[in-house]
Design a protein around this ligand. Structure first.
Ligand code: ATP
Ligand code: MG
Length: 240
């Protein structure tokens, strides 16, 4: 069996007065597509940031695979006042672990923009793109770094249905390119999307993991009601 891409052991994260994560145990294996769901403030973003190594736990340990490359797309993506092409190229070039020259970074950026369907606007300012295009740009920037693990924080939250489907298709394409090794971790309020894309669903409430199930079990209402009444109530609330 391949080693885990990331593991959390007894992890708690205190942010100011808030215990945003509380005693979390979690193992993410290569090839998994894990969706994090839960109400606003339940700790999804905090968990993603912790898994990405951005937040240091107040207690417990984060064990990152030494050679797995991660890239994260944040809840609010920062598009720079540069062309779309330079936004992506800079992201790749600044990833010093890869050590690409500017010319190599630029060439990879061209490919990444092509992949997300933004070649036609490569020379336009990133800031002038629509929000759907900006989200695809952020995805190109993350994917262009050729990560093994892609973390996305509500990647389709503010998009119209068409743009949502486009970004969703790109997430699936990332996961499908190397089915057994590409790992997708994302936070979502969109249960339809979770059903379509996830292999495993983790439900959070007030910083606790209250359900961690294969996708089919999570959406089996009868089963969920017995294994995790809190998650069941959440799903019913979201679906109603
Ligand atoms: N920088 C911070 N300082 C203090 N508290 C914070 C900080 N960031 C987050 N929190 C708190 O930590 C808890 C978890 O927040 P988090 O952003 O992880 O939730 P979330 O599940 O991503 O919510 P949403 O669905 O709204 O994005 C919340 O109570 C939030 O108010
Ligand atoms: Mg969040």
């Amino acid at each position: 069996m391949q080693p885990a891409v990331v593991q959390l052991h007894n992890v708690s994260v205190q942010l100011g007065p808030v215990l945003a994560l509380s005693d979390v145990h979690l193992t993410i294996n290569p090839g998994e597509r894990v969706a994090f769901v839960g109400a606003n403030g339940s700790g999804k973003s905090t968990l993603l940031r912790t898994l990405h190594g951005l937040l240091r736990p107040t207690q417990g340990q984060v064990q990152l695979h030494p050679t797995c490359r991660q890239a994260m797309l944040f809840q609010r993506s920062h598009v720079l006042r540069l062309s779309a092409l330079h936004n992506v190229a800079l992201g790749i070039w600044l990833d010093r672990a890869q050590g690409h020259s500017w010319a190599q970074s630029r060439a990879r950026a061209v490919t990444a923009l092509q992949r997300v369907g933004l070649s036609a606007v490569a020379q336009q300012s990133g800031r002038q793109l629509s929000s759907g295009q900006q989200q695809r740009l952020a995805l190109a920037r993350a994917w262009g770094r050729q990560p093994d693990v892609l973390l996305l924080d509500e990647p389709t939250a503010s998009l119209d249905p068409y743009a949502k489907r486009e970004v969703e298709a790109l997430m699936a394409a990332f996961a499908d390119q190397a089915e057994t090794t590409a790992t997708l971790l994302w936070a979502s309020h969109n249960l339809g999307q979770v059903k379509r894309l996830a292999s495993r669903v983790i439900y959070l409430e007030a910083g606790h993991i209250l359900a961690d199930l294969p996708v089919a079990d999570f959406f089996n209402a009868q089963l969920l009601e017995t294994t995790s009444p809190a998650a069941h109530a959440f799903v019913q609330g979201e679906l109603s």
